[in-house]
Design a protein around this ligand. Structure first.
Ligand code: G6P
Length: 605
């Protein structure tokens, strides 16, 4: 989604800005741009193509300057056309880049039009540009501080002004922004990752902060306008660009990285102790009486899977809710509940807002399951469990999902132990199973050639149904999500028992029905559902555990999963669904890692 990079230096900063945009590309965007102060005038280049195209433009026009801002845009207000691409100018004196949404842009726009400002884009951003311009009296820092008081919504901005060389001013509220500290130069970005290679010293700005970058330092004011001291953190984890290696796409690479990612996420300790989640967790976990899980997208499905584990192993009531729904409905808070937010990025706007909402309702105990240790979500929760998936580039989440499942399984076992539902023998047995998971996953990944054969047929379909029962219903949901995200085939998932209550009407030869069939207590029920589809001429594609005795027949295609994995089976069964979506998308020739209209990190509502 939208990305910001800014810099003040004594050298041409354009290559650093472009490299920063490149590092943010994987998040998804539809246009990009850069502006610098060149001989005291703001000059810019913008593109509705890729950052590589912007780079060509910059080289062709010899755009250079020591003070600059840059942006990747994911359209919200106004189509992805050049006029709407950032940086946006106000009267050729001020340039701004902006992430987020300004909710009162229409009202502010009216006032500014009344003052003679002309609008040339359809963006909400242009309102901020003119507002700051109208408040500028020779001090950009002061003008931005005054302007943000009038903004409603979520934003991160970076601004430069022609009369203030070597100055970039930033502000954040609801969208992330970090300052990168250099020697005689300073940087700003929406994600520290953008500045890898330029610095490893960061200040993570807090909500309401406004900052001013100069060559020799950075000053910050808090939301009340008071000077603020913020910790400087050394973050060395943002190495160079991630290599694709022998893989065709990052998604494929990330699917195959899952054994390693899972092995890194499984705790080293010999048991499940609450201290895995934070120092105070041993005290708190004993007191909580329920869980409220909040997340979006794939992370929501990991929460749905966890509900089955938490209620069956730990016997703790668990509610799972889509973050964007929870934040806007009236709910009944329970101060004894543990609020769990799940997020790969830790920056998803809806999940962050849902967390804030839960806290404002009086929920005191919060835990984040997150893949980014420096993210806002981790900083805003009492407890944390970090997944060690490593950087995930493909927009369609894969290794982040399975590592979240591992984290949530560990949470279920930890709570089971605290609540007296886990014997020492069970504990060591589950630990053994977890440790064997990477090997079991490798056997599932070896099914790729068989899945490629199926994907050829899938690529010619326009619809697909996914069925699962119990623990595997969320896996069916995730399989359908993967397929629609990257292959653009319409896919829906149902709990298999619901088939006869509606979706059976859709079953014809043209509708493939994908079924996850582990050898669990619900197998016989699932077999009946399979017959219901076959009787109507439907084509079934079943991922069956080897001991289920479901075999190939007319209209029934079976791929055997290597072994039955008990309660951990969802972690294995989702992998062939990821591969099926991936190879189907490849066969259809879509942009697998950057599917149309989607973004990796959704930092707007
Ligand atoms: C976007 C991504 C999904 C992801 C969701 C939640 O929609 O495309 O892959 O599941 O955001 O992201 P999070 O970072 O909070 O897990």
């Amino acid at each position: 989604m939208c990305g910001i990079v800014g810099a003040v230096a004594q050298r041409n900063i354009v290559p650093v800005l472009i490299e920063g945009l490149r590092r943010l590309e994987y998040r998804g965007y539809d246009s990009c741009g850069v502006a610098v102060l060149a001989n005291g005038e703001p000059r810019r280049a913008r593109s509705v193509a890729r950052v590589a195209d912007l780079d060509d433009q910059v080289r062709d026009t010899r755009l250079a300057g020591a003070t600059g801002i840059a942006h990747t845009r994911w359209a919200t207000h106004g189509a992805p056309v050049t006029d709407n691409a950032h940086p946006i100018f106000s009267r050729d004196t001020l340039a701004i880049v902006h992430n987020g949404i300004i909710e009162n842009y229409e009202t502010l726009g009216e006032v500014l039009r009344g003052k003679g400002y002309e609008f040339v884009s359809q963006t909400d951003t242009e309102v901020i540009a003119h507002l700051i311009h109208s408040l500028y009296r020779g001090d950009l820092f002061a003008a931005v501080r005054e302007a943000v008081q009038q903004l409603h919504g979520a934003y991160a901005i970076a601004v430069l002004h022609k009369d203030q060389p070597h100055t970039v001013v930033g502000a954040r509220q609801g969208s992330p922004l970090v300052v990168g500290l250099g020697d005689g130069e300073n940087f700003l970005a929406s994600d520290a990752l953008a500045l890898a290679g330029s610095t490893d010293r960061f200040i993570f700005l807090e909500e309401g902060d406004v900052c001013e970058l100069k060559l020799d330092g950075v000053r910050i004011a808090d939301r009340d306008g008071q000077p603020a001291q913020r910790d400087v953190r050394q973050v060395a984890a943002y190495g160079g660009a991630v290599e694709l290696g022998p893989y065709r796409h990052f998604m494929q690479k990330e699917i195959f990285e899952q054994p390693r990612a899972i092995s890194d996420t499984i705790p080293q300790a010999d048991g499940f102790d609450p201290s895995l989640f934070g120092e105070a967790a041993p005290k708190v976990f004993g007191k909580i009486d329920s869980l409220l899980i909040l997340a979006c997208g794939t992370s929501y499905y990991s929460g749905l899977t966890a509900k089955y584990w938490l209620e069956s192993i730990a016997k703790i009531p668990t509610q799972v809710e889509i973050a964007s729904e929870y934040r806007y409905r009236d709910s009944v808070p329970n101060p004894n509940a543990l609020v769990v937010v799940i997020s790969q990025s830790g920056e998803t706007a809806d999940t962050l807002a849902a967390l804030k909402h839960a806290q404002s309702l009086g929920h005191q105990h919060t835990l984040s399951v997150c893949n980014v240790g420096t993210s806002a979500m981790v900083r805003q929760t009492e407890f944390t469990f970090l997944t060690h998936a490593g950087r995930e580039i493909g927009v369609a989440s894969t290794k982040a999902f399975t590592t979240q499942l591992v984290a949530l399984f560990v949470l279920a076992l930890t709570l089971a132990k605290v609540r007296g539902h886990l014997s020492a023998a069970q504990e060591s047995n589950y630990l053994k199973q977890l440790r064997h998971l990477p090997a079991a996953l490798n056997s599932v990944l070896a099914l790729e050639p068989q899945i490629i054969a199926w994907s050829e047929e899938f690529s010619r379909k326009e619809n697909a149904l996914f069925l699962g029962r119990g623990l595997h219903y969320p896996i069916a949901l995730e399989g359908a999500l993967k397929l629609k995200e990257i292959s653009y085939i319409h896919a829906e998932a149902y709990p298999a028992g619901e088939l006869k209550h509606g979706p059976l009407a859709l079953v014809t030869e043209a509708m493939p029905v994908v079924t996850v069939a582990p050898n669990d207590a619900l197998l016989e029920k699932l077999k009946s559902n399979i017959q219901e589809v076959r009787a109507r001429g439907g084509q079934l594609y079943v991922f069956a555990d080897s001991d289920t005795r479901i075999v190939n027949a007319e209209g029934l295609h079976v791929i055997r999963m290597p072994e039955h994995y008990g309660l951990l089976s969802p972690i294995l069964h989702v992998v062939p669904l990821q591969l099926l979506a991936y190879h189907t998308a490849c066969a259809r020739g879509t942009d697998v890692d950057k599917p149309r209209n989607l973004a990796k990190s959704v930092t707007v509502e």
